[in-house]
Design a binder for this molecule. Structure first.
Ligand code: SIN
Length: 475
């Protein structure tokens, strides 16, 4: 690759001398450069998005839907090139990247369809000669800030719903994985999006964040990433009271009851834990196993984990590298903290010899609540395992966290299922399944895992305002 990729502002690709370097996490080699936006270009992107909103918001839903359908088709046709870019810049196994392109494209198709179903409502007025109703209007200029772990799917989940609703967008992809988003921008232009409707800027996240959150022409911020940055965005956008949606960190419990189908539970766990090497907000972060099957389950899990191939995403691997040195440092710190408080390593526990950013799949036992590994997201291939005796004890332990994004549990006992659904404080639950991601899922969490939902039958709602009308008239 090794070329300078530009910024997309008002339909033009701009190139700057100042660039940021993009690296392949597999071997640390530089892949390419991306232009870094200066303050004027960031302000211009807001101005152009605002001006484009005046016409885009007045187009028919059918018109927007047709453009999104073209974009869906182009995305599917570009599956090979998009998945190669995803693996190159994020390190994830190529098969996962292909699955991400299909997952990402499903949000575009769904938003195109949902655009046609947006509706207001005529209410039964209590007075004669008075009509009461509400209509839906697009919120305005949307800023979408997306993470590096799903360089395409998190972009399409936000951007296609915003465009379908009639909003214009400034997209700020992660500075670690911007190439996929830029390729997506090329496809969006090809699909016929008018100038200024989608703008893509990269560069210094602090500068971009400040300029975008404090500008009153920006009406909505939608962000996926860490709880720490989510809180900062919430604070910074409070001065202009922006509409905000946040999908933040998780600390997902994965629970195996004694009556579960053990083989299914193991496969579900592998899927929920090792997708993107444990770097997803919904990754299984703590494994709870009922006392009666604890030893048997762990024995089988160790055998299964040893079969995982760790390596280059382009060489049929199951587990790729972590995204950065910082990520490696964090999990080492979690492991050291656990060991200093009585934790024991069952397998793994150290960096892998494969490369600088690889960490061995690791199981830590003898966990207690004072350990960082219990209460924080590890975002890596680390598994703290906790024994429990009863449903009530499990519910108490699983909920003992500030997070509430996703949870998983395996049981065959129908009478237990409802109790667990009602009592686990999480926004999304997988029952006898380690896979919950779908365009149908109202994706989001409770507690410090975020505000609002994305995707689902209500995918346009976060990008719409409700306008109520009370209309009196003469006979
Ligand atoms: C995330 O990690 O934030 C998203 C994962 C998904 O959509 O499956």
């Amino acid at each position: 690759m090794n070329k300078n990729f530009g910024l997309l502002v008002n339909g033009k690709w701009l190139k700057n001398k100042k660039t940021i370097d993009i690296f392949n996490p597999f071997d640390g080699k530089k892949i390419s450069e991306v232009s870094s936006a200066d303050s004027n270009q960031i302000k211009d992107s807001i101005k152009f998005a605002h001006s484009a909103f005046q016409s885009w918001s007045k187009t028919s839903a059918k018109f927007r839907s047709e453009i999104l359908k073209k974009l869906f088709k182009l995305t599917i046709e570009s599956k090979d090139s998009l998945s190669e870019i995803i693996t190159l810049e994020s390190g994830k196994p190529l098969e996962e990247s292909k699955a991400e392109v299909e997952y990402g494209a499903s949000f575009i198709e769904w938003a195109a369809e949902q655009a046609l179903r947006s509706e207001g409502k005529l209410l039964e007025s209590p007075e004669n000669n008075k009509k009461m109703f509400y209509i839906k209007r697009p919120v305005g200029v949307v800023v979408a800030i997306t993470p590096w772990n799903f360089p395409l799917a998190m972009v399409t989940r936000k951007v296609s719903a915003a465009l379908a609703a009639g909003c214009t967008v400034i997209l700020k992809p992660s500075e670690l994985t911007p190439l996929t988003a830029l390729k997506f921008g090329e496809l969006a232009v090809k699909a016929g999006l008018p100038n200024g409707v989608l703008n893509i800027i990269n560069g210094n996240p602090k500068l971009i964040g400040e300029l975008l959150t404090k500008n009153s022409l920006v009406k909505k911020i939608t962000f996926t990433g860490s709880t720490k940055i989510g809180k900062l965005l919430m604070k910074d956008s409070s001065s202009t009271v922006k509409n905000i949606s946040l999908e933040l960190g998780g600390n997902a419990p994965f629970v195996v009851f004694a009556d579960a189908d053990i083989s299914n539970a193991i496969e579900g766990f592998i899927a929920a834990k090792f997708r993107n090497a444990g770097q997803t907000c919904i990754s299984a972060n703590r494994l709870f196993v009922e006392e009666k099957i604890f030893d048997k389950f762990l024995k089988k899990l160790v055998v299964r984990i040893k079969k995982l191939k760790i390596g280059n995403g382009f060489e049929k691997s199951d587990v790729g590298p972590l995204i950065s040195e910082k990520a490696i440092k964090k999990i080492k710190n979690h492991i050291d903290d656990a060991l200093s408080k009585g934790g024991e390593i069952l397998i793994g526990g150290k960096k892998s010899k494969i490369g600088k950013l690889f960490f061995e799949p690791t199981i830590v036992t003898n966990i207690n609540k004072s350990m960082k590994i219990f209460s924080n997201e590890n975002f890596g291939p680390i598994i703290p395992v906790i024994k429990f005796k009863s449903d009530d004890e499990l519910i108490q332990l699983a909920n003992d966290t500030n997070y509430g994004l996703a949870a998983y549990f395996y049981t065959k006992k129908a009478s237990r299922v409802w109790k667990i659904i009602e009592n686990l404080e999480y926004g999304m639950l997988g029952i006898n399944s380690g896979k919950i991601s779908s365009y149908l899922n109202p994706f989001g969490g409770l507690k410090e895992s975020g505000v609002g939902r994305e995707g689902s039958i209500q995918c346009l709602e976060p990008f719409l305002e409700t306008k109520f009308v009370s209309w009196s008239y003469d006979d």
